[in-house]
Design a protein around this ligand. Structure first.
Ligand SMILES: Nc1ncnc2c1ncn2[C@@H]1O[C@H](COP(=O)(O)OP(=O)(O)OP(=O)(O)O)[C@@H](O)[C@H]1O
Ligand SMILES: [Zn+2]
Length: 705
């Protein structure tokens, strides 16, 4: 009976919790990616491989991305969460498309935008063609090579090309006149470049400056944000946007209640500055919005302006910094000049870390241009008298790298954290982004929210959009739960390869393998519920089993010893099922990735989490580095050979115990394994509920709640 094992494991697990290493500066919740659907998957092997077992020559089964476990241990990993794929691929089995043209839709979707026919063809333009295009206003940006001999251009239709540049003293002039954005390829030295551009440029900067003043004095449309003619420097040089009324309110920002509460104060001040100044209260000047990309920082800033009914000036800090020393500072000056004339108002600076990094930290003594820009920003903020009515909101996801001068009182002395939404927040965001979309009655936001831990507002918006696209492709009038579900899986695991040819034999193998993972998972106490099992190949995987980790587990980031033991057994379930059904001689190499996961977990338990009695509460070996970023576990061992032997022994033991538990469960509930595998072969996907109903029909006891 499996019961003994199950009981003993939860006994062992009592009170044992893992504390992930605390990240030095950033909050773990901000730093660690939370896209933690736990997926087990099977890999399609290279069938050319002669070493492949012939019996099941087409199959390799791999549990390749136990993301949940990876993240659990990798709280100090600050790499950004994977971006949901943006590319829309053809669904080859779109009922609306004839089978014979499976790729036609792909071609249409990926076809380049219609190009500007009067631009030269090809990726190499002649200099004269290039000048022509510039003069017609068709070139948006150019980037010079370091020595200035070649440039890469981006045309307004997004087309790119390169141009060999002769020694033309008028070039920069012409570019500047036509509002082309100029930059220079990054690289160390840059001396050659600098003298090149420097020589050409100095007179022009002076000219541009004068020109500006002239336009200002005339009150012409060339001012920042205005739309001028081809001679309009303001438009290209002062890269900020001015929106008189954003029309966004806090109601448009779903969730983020704490952030809204804190920002309400800013709104109040903008509405009634006198109330505050009469009491001698210090008015906030700057407020930093801190949070991962896509969590709605920009949206919140717009909402503050909208709520207060004041104009909104915005720019990305990276746009301040250009090639020429002094340009950034003058852009900052421009921005604030304009803002002050429209006060009260909000100035929003996105990605402030682009200019606001600790100064003097760059190579070769820092970056003059950035320093000047940031100094100018500080000067502007210091220069506000208490009630000038300009409030600066800045966004960053790296508060830790910011120059401390920015954070001093009277500058960005307030921080508002904008974190990834929790379940309730996600439900609200889904509601916001389904406005104006036709939804079927079966769509349950609560359920979707449960399946999307770690998703930001932007991710959820993308999800709803992908679902709408799927519904359109399927010629539906409404988006149903199936489209949302498919869009979600597509975002997490890549698109399904529904038309991949899979032999019956392979299908059977994958079905039993995945059923093994699912069955062991379902019968482990305290393990995540199975959300879905699929044997449709997807990405690299031949099949997938999705588990839905609980919100609490994701929030706390704490994993108990028994959870990890269960996880190892679940990962081994695939191979065990193969073994039990097809015999030990016929198991495939497909579980190799499952094994990698298992050994990682086991090794971590022994080396880092103090879960081994023989090693004790020590961290041994490989303490540094992140084993989940592709590096091998513990590159440097800082312990003796004797300890290494003990570690290896302990690791092996953990794995053996997990293997036995998996085998016990599968042997005891083999009837369910058969049923599930049968169902998978028939339907290819089985959802959690349907899977659970197998238990009710059968005699198996269910140990999960
Ligand atoms: N809480 C939310 N409610 C509704 N929509 C949201 C929310 N958070 C994000 N979004 C959606 O995601 C989109 C992107 O958000 P936004 O640009 O404000 O994020 P951000 O935090 O500023 O990201 P970045 O740092 O990448 O600029 C918004 O246009 C909005 O539609
Ligand atoms: Zn597997």
């Amino acid at each position: 009976m499996a019961t003994n094992h199950l009981l003993s494991s939860s006994f062992l697990g009592n009170g044992v919790l893992i504390y992930p290493p605390t990240p030095k500066t950033t909050k773990p919740s901000l730093a660690s990616p939370r896209r933690k659907q736990f997926i087990t998957q099977s890999l399609t092997p290279n069938s050319q491989n002669p070493n492949f077992p012939s019996k099941s020559a087409l199959t390799a089964l791999i549990l390749s991305s136990t993301l949940a476990s990876q993240q659990a241990f990798a709280a100090d990993n600050i790499s950004p969460p994977p971006q949901p794929p943006q590319v829309i691929e053809a669904q080859p089995n779109n009922p609306g498309l004839p089978n014979s043209t499976p790729f036609s839709q792909n071609l249409v979707l990926n076809a380049p935008k219609p190009s500007n026919s009067d631009l030269p063809e090809g990726s190499q333009w002649r200099y004269s063609e290039f000048l022509n295009a510039v003069k017609k206003g068709k070139v948006e940006r150019v980037r010079f090579s370091k020595d200035g001999s070649v440039l890469q251009l981006t045309a307004i239709d997004g087309k790119r090309a390169s141009v060999v540049v002769p020694n033309d003293p008028d070039l920069i002039d012409i570019l500047a006149m036509n509002g082309v954005d100029i930059s220079v390829s990054e690289g160390e030295g840059g001396n050659g470049l600098f003298s090149f551009i420097g020589n050409l440029l100095f007179p022009i900067i002076a000219f541009a400056g004068l020109f500006f003043l002239f336009r200002r004095a005339q009150g012409g449309p060339g001012g920042p944000g205005g739309l001028g003619g081809p001679m309009d420097f303001g438009r290209s040089k002062s890269k900020f946007q001015e929106v008189p009324e954003t029309g966004v309110t806090f109601a448009d920002v779903a969730g983020a209640d704490q952030a809204k509460l804190e920002l309400q104060e800013v709104v109040d001040f903008l509405k009634n500055p006198d109330k505050y100044t009469a009491l001698g209260a210090k008015i906030p000047k700057g407020c930093l919005l801190v949070g991962p990309p896509g969590t709605g920082k920009t949206l919140l800033a717009r909402a503050v302006a909208g709520e207060a009914g004041v104009p909104f000036f915005s720019c990305a800090a990276s746009e301040f910094v250009e090639l020429f020393v002094g340009v950034g500072a003058s852009r900052v000056r421009d921005l604030f000049e304009k803002a002050k004339s429209k006060a009260p108002c909000i100035v929003f600076i996105d990605e402030i870390d682009a200019v606001g990094r600790q100064r003097g930290a760059g190579m070769g003594g820092g970056n003059d241009e950035r320093e000047q820009t940031i100094n100018q920003l500080l000067t502007e903020m210091d220069g506000f008298s208490g009630n000038s009515g300009v409030i600066v909101l800045a966004a960053t996801n790296r508060p830790d790298v910011l120059d401390s001068a920015l954070l001093r009182p009277g500058r960005f002395d307030r921080q508002v954290t904008v974190d990834r939404p929790d379940v309730a927040g996600r439900v609200k965001i889904l509601q916001v982004h389904s406005r104006g979309k036709a939804l079927a009655k079966d769509v349950d936001f609560e359920k979707i929210a449960r399946r999307t831990p770690g998703f930001t507002g932007a991710d959820l918006q993308n999800l709803m959009n992908e679902a709408a696209i799927l519904a359109a492709r399927r010629d539906l009038k409404e988006i149903s739960k199936d489209e949302i579900s498919d869009a979600l899986e597509r975002i997490i695991a890549g698109p399904e390869k529904k038309n991949a040819v899979v032999s019956e034999e392979k299908k059977r193998l994958v079905a039993y393998h995945e059923a093994g993972h699912a069955l062991v998972g379902a019968l482990m106490p305290e393990y995540d519920p199975v959300a879905k099992i699929s044997i449709i190949p997807r990405g690299q995987a031949g099949g997938l089993t999705f588990f839905a980790p609980s919100e609490e587990r994701l929030e706390s980031g704490l994993y108990s010893r028994s959870y990890l033991e269960n996880q190892m057994a679940v990962a081994l379930g695939g191979r065990v099922a193969e073994e039990v059904i097809f015999g030990e001689d016929n198991v495939t190499t497909g579980a190799s990735n499952d094994f990698m996961q298992v050994s990682r977990v086991a090794r971590q338990m022994v080396e880092r989490f103090g879960f081994s009695k023989k090693i004790g509460q020590l961290a041994v070996g490989g303490a540094g580095g992140n084993p989940f970023l592709g590096q091998q576990m513990s590159s440097q061992k800082d312990y003796s050979m004797a300890t290494a032997d003990v570690v290896d022994g302990e690791v092996r033991e953990l794995v053996e115990v997990a293997y036995k538990r998996a085998k016990d469960i599968i042997n005891t509930h083999i009837d369910i394994l058969h049923k599930l595998a049968q169902l998978l072969i028939e339907k290819e996907t089985v959802d959690g509920e349907e899977f659970m109903s197998l238990f009710i029909d059968g005699k198996a006891e269910l140990y999960v709640s």
